[in-house]
Design a protein around this ligand. Structure first.
Ligand code: DGY
Length: 323
């Protein structure tokens, strides 16, 4: 029997691409160039499976192309807000994602941002590389102490619990959180988490606020100018979720005006750019969407996509079906 035809929109780790070739009639993207809307539509018309990722905006309009050959969208990533799942469902397509395998690495990056912004390490490195360091002195580049401080978490899913564990057990931080969708608080409690009744309560009380909610219509600009003003002037905002959970222009203004002390960001409203405003600000650490970027994790993500797509073409229910 002929192998299912799949199209992979970006380059994947070598070990995964090799297995892709064994399992499927795979068309790879050796140049690793983001695909245009027209190319994505061509893929929907010519392949049985489209293996896409965060940089592919699979909109209702793109999905409206007819006739379609595609039956499954295997997303390389736990977040799948790049796909209009309602439209995919209307067209009878299955959508899968890659949960769990990137939890630890993404929590590591959230903790990295927290440490970097509090202890001014990005600034310090720029200072040294620019030849501006004149030597040790008691008042040089004083940052904020982390141990004993309060970490406020918005959205208490897997990644949130993993950063809570690091912050509580490793750094002696108090953990508070808000998650209106959490059905059981037991796991959060095991990592030191204390629930709060509202997002606003967390913003007022925390020294660090870390965002771990998915990008939905409800969470768009969840952190806006008004809510930033609820935070302590000494507090820091960390975002490893999705850029549009934060109103980036409002954040840039809040950082410039000293409404909050700093921010650590891995995601942006208009990737691959961080707004020009942010780039000019010293008290913000900016990473290029590195949350899951370890060799081990990216391979595991790729293999997880393969597991799902293989199950689908064998007539089984894909383990990580989201639509
Ligand atoms: C994810 O898996 O959601 C990462 O942010 C990459 O898309």
């Amino acid at each position: 029997m002929a192998k299912p035809k799949v199209l992979v929109t970006r380059r994947w780790p070598e070990a995964v691409e090799q297995q892709l070739g064994e399992l499927f009639d795979a068309r790879l993207n050796a140049e690793d160039r983001p695909m245009s809307a027209v190319e994505l539509q061509e893929a929907l018309q010519s392949a049985d499976g489209l293996l896409c990722t965060v940089t592919d905006k699979i909109t209702a309009e793109i999905l409206s192309v007819e006739p379609k050959r595609v039956k499954i969208l295997g997303n390389f990533g736990v977040g799948f807000d790049n796909i209009d799942c309602e439209a995919a469902k209307r067209h009878g397509l299955v959508v899968t994602n890659t949960p769990e395998v990137l939890t630890e690495c993404t929590a590591d990056i959230a903790m990295t941002l927290l440490l970097m912004v509090a202890r001014r390490t990005g600034e310090g490195e720029r200072h040294l590389r620019n030849g501006e360091w004149t030597g040790w002195r008691p008042t040089h580049m004083l940052g904020a102490k982390i141990s004993g401080k309060t970490l406020g978490i918005i959205g208490m899913g897997r990644i949130a619990k993993a950063i809570a564990k690091r912050a509580h057990h490793g750094f002696g931080m108090k953990i508070i959180y808000y998650d209106p969708y959490l059905s059981s608080h037991e796991e959060a409690k095991a990592v030191g988490g204390e629930p709060r009744d509202s997002l606003e309560d967390v913003l007022r009380e925390a020294d660090f606020v870390s965002l771990h909610c998915p990008a939905t219509a409800e969470t768009r600009h969840l952190i806006n100018s008004q809510r930033l003003k609820l935070m302590k002037p000494s507090a820091f905002l960390i975002n490893t979720s999705r850029g549009n959970v934060v109103d980036e222009a409002a954040l840039a203004a809040a950082l410039k005006e000293g409404v909050i002390a700093g921010a650590g960001l891995d995601v942006y409203e208009h990737e691959p750019e961080a707004s020009k405003n942010l780039i000019e600000i010293e008290n913000v650490v900016l990473l290029p969407h590195l949350g899951s970027a370890s060799k081990e994790t990216r391979e595991a993500m790729g293999f997880r996509v393969l597991e799902n797509v293989k199950a689908f073409f064998e007539g089984k229910e894909p383990p990580d079906r989201v639509a």
